[in-house]
Ligand binder design. Structure first.
Ligand SMILES: C[S@@+](CC[C@H](N)C(=O)[O-])C[C@H]1O[C@@H](n2cnc3c(N)ncnc32)[C@H](O)[C@@H]1O
Length: 248
């Protein structure tokens, strides 16, 4: 089954707690840290919070009033068990069960790219944020996630390219078109998600009413070099994720 977060929740949580999820540890969370403001006294929403581990990082930035929401009921059950200092609710990011102008800050790691309608999610986040409230979120970068798998000289590669064969131009992968993709993990987990260009997200955020304050493209941090050289070598040039900081 695709996107079975209930089935893999426990395994994902154990990997996150042990720092075994390399994309989170070496790319995505360091990128988010660079954009996180001081959250002291702020009412914070974690959107697509999974099993709640990101609350530890938000605590470090001063947040004490944190609510998490996720579609996966099993993830929410584990989050409640693990982080009793936060509030957790099972629910859908397309229809948030909160009043207008309720939160100061909305944080979302690698969850918004599961929506086929990001514009509607941005509008919903805008609704629940207070005036001057901020949204920080990350999604897959098209340079990494909108590629196609090809074998080149015996090596499995993910490629975005264009070329010409017998006068016929062709393209591999897509950067510009918002499109559904699937990723198959070694443990049998299959995730399907949507990838769009940075300019598409800028356009939809502005349409929802946001002002974009910052943007980052996440590559592997240098600390990873001594811990897992091959991983660092693979991901230190091409961004795997991107993050947007937007203000209401
Ligand atoms: C890759 S996980 C990220 C979890 C967590 N933010 C982290 O970084 O560890 C994506 C999460 O998004 C949640 N999700 C997917 N679609 C959702 C929706 N429509 N509403 C709320 N959560 C959703 C999934 O259940 C999953 O827990």
């Amino acid at each position: 089954m695709v996107n079975d977060y209930d089935k893999f929740a426990k395994e994902r949580q154990e990997q996150l707690k042990k720092g075994l999820k390399r994309p989170h540890r070496f790319i995505e969370k360091p990128m988010m840290r660079e954009l996180l403001p001081n959250l002291e006294g702020k009412k914070v929403l974690m959107l697509g919070c999974g099993t709640g581990e990101e609350s530890i990082m938000l605590n470090e930035f001063g947040a004490t009033n944190i609510t998490g929401i996720d579609l996966s009921e099993e993830s929410i059950r584990l989050a409640k068990e693990s982080y009793p200092n936060c509030e957790f609710i099972a629910g859908d990011m397309h229809k948030l069960p909160f009043d207008d102008n309720y939160f100061d800050f909305v944080y979302s790691s690698l969850a918004l790219h599961y929506s086929e309608e990001p514009e509607n999610v941005y509008k919903e986040i805008y609704r629940v944020l207070k005036k001057d409230g901020r949204l920080l979120f990350s999604v897959g970068h098209p340079l990494r996630w909108a590629c196609e798998e090809k074998e080149i000289e015996g090596i499995k590669c993910r490629v975005i390219a264009h070329g010409t064969s017998d006068d016929t131009p062709y393209e591999i992968g897509n950067y510009n078109t918002f499109k559904k993709h699937e990723h198959h993990f070694k443990n049998g987990e299959v995730l399907s998600f949507y990838v769009g260009s940075p300019s598409m997200h800028f356009k939809l955020l502005k349409k929802a009413g946001f002002t974009i304050e910052d943007f980052k493209e996440g590559i592997c941090i240098d600390e990873a070099k001594d811990i897992d050289y091959n991983y660092w070598n693979k991901y230190h040039e091409i961004p795997e994720f991107m993050a947007f900081l937007a203000k209401k």
